[in-house]
Design a protein around this ligand. Sequence first.
Ligand code: PLP
Length: 395
Amino acid sequence: MPDRVSPVARIYLDHNATTPLHPAVADRMVAALAQDFGNPSSLHHFGQRAKAVVDQARSAVAALIGADASEIIFTSGGTESDNLAIRGAWEALERTPRRHLISSAIEHEAVLNTLKALAKRGAETALLPVGDEGIVSPDALRAALRDDTALVSVMHANNEIGTVQPIAELSQIARERGALVHADAVQSAGKIPVNVKVLGVDMLSISAHKFYGPKGIGAIWIRRGLRLLPTLTGGKQERGRRAGTENVPGIVGMGVAAEIALAKMAEESARVATLRDRLEAGILAAVSGTVLNGARVPRVSNTTNISFDRVEAESLLIALDLDGIAVSTGSACSSGTLEPSHVLKAMGFPAHRTQNSIRFSLGASNTQADVDRVIAVLPEIVEKLRHLTRTPVRA
Ligand code: PLP
């Protein structure tokens, strides 16, 4: 189908799904693909050269999350990191009485479905509720913790609504009861300060493609000395925690992306927050029947999630796309289906509000002109869609 919108005129507002590769990242990856082809486990020049670039990237990734480089394990992305944290901890504790796993109702599927899989193998699981602001309460964790709780896994920032969870407080509560703590920081790393020591966690997952790095590469920070069974068995790479020849170009790309994200974080998150706030206020003022989903604070700087009354989210997404504006209906994994958002459902919203929400996630390429264009075109698009469906206004 011919593209009726020029690529330069397109506006990308789906940075929580993925981000474009930073040009400096692409350059370094191309160089690594061509020159650093050795196997980092090989003892000769070529292997040692590849090992050197991997180690350099490991230090850059560690710096992004306030960690020691020796505690960073590279994986294939956020999903694998989440799996390794939860399955690895569960399996390491298999012969102990700790059989209980706690997470939250608003986690990414990488966590939720891993819990479901372990439940089939005998794990007892509990999902912490969230209030209508989309934040896990420390009291809910206190109530759910048991003497046999093995692990508490709560995300740092939510991918759909951007709310930031009180991880440091939750960690302290969990650790007092002897449970391990994992934080999925895939949506916070690179956007807001993330420091494993401040958060007080045992494990933390991140993914490069959410901060202008390549897809298919991520990392998990594992506190030194923590026993974890590997999910992939094989060679001794990554200190025996993750077998398989390292994805050297991906790792190099992740390192460069981490360096850039850290250097620009304060300035860029303030700039993006200003744009996000302008977009949010503009939409809520210009389009009737709109409501913000989730707390305004604490929230990552780039995300806003808005429900449009009497509009089906998928139809609005498609209409905006035809106008050159890319947004998302909740998490990327569930787009294309009419399933209500499990996040908004957990927040206690009625069915229509969970099905008519749009996530706008801003990033490096966005300008004030982009935001103003979205605010300018949205009222008419929404009115047209409402006219087509002619459903009555809801109270
Ligand atoms: N966790 C969260 C909160 C995410 O948003 C995502 C991706 O959308 C993931 C995990 C999975 O990361 P990856 O795409 O690198 O597997």
